[in-house]
Design a protein around this ligand. Structure first.
Ligand code: ASC
Length: 152
């Protein structure tokens, strides 16, 4: 296949796919799945890290990757509570998220700040400092859940 043809096909795919996304209707159900998927991804990074903090699992390159992933996911977590998603059924998100946006933003920002610190520490590799920071992240998770997630 010629290079020009390949480029043309690739450009066509980009246009077609882009148009699909642009025109796809984002339903409340999509927003809920997005939110729950992102929060689940957060939990699947953080869960194993809590094992390190408790001394039940060794620090490792895979754990360092989870810490870095978590820092990136925390940024995305800031994008999954848009007002367009506030009236979803079957959600553990409390209405206070949208009724007290400044409080919520403060807690979300704290979560992002703590995970960012953890990501930086993970790259540096001081395990005692990492363990302490994993606990700091857990506190930030819990502080937000206390006020803004339905108890379960
Ligand atoms: C987790 C998880 C949470 C937090 C929270 C920390 O692993 O799923 O929701 O930690 O329990 O306080």
């Amino acid at each position: 296949m010629s290079r020009l043809l390949k480029t043309t096909i690739a450009a066509g795919l980009v246009v077609a796919f882009g148009a699909t996304i642009a025109h796809a209707q984002v339903t409340p159900e999509h927003l809920l799945k997005y939110r729950q998927g992102v929060m689940r991804a957060v939990a699947f990074q953080f869960g194993p890290l809590t094992g390190v903090a408790k001394g039940e699992a060794p620090w490792s390159p895979a754990m360092a990757q989870k810490a870095v992933n978590l820092a990136a996911l925390s940024v995305i977590a800031g994008d999954v509570f848009s007002p367009a998603s506030k009236d979803l059924a079957n959600s553990d998100a409390k209405p206070e998220i949208w009724a007290k946006p400044d409080d919520f933003k403060m807690k979300m920002t704290a979560f992002q700040t703590e995970t960012s610190k953890l990501g930086d520490l993970a790259k540096a590799g001081n395990v005692e400092a990492i363990k302490a920071q994993i606990n700091a992240v857990g506190k930030a998770c819990g502080a937000c859940h206390d006020d803004f997630r339905v108890k379960r």
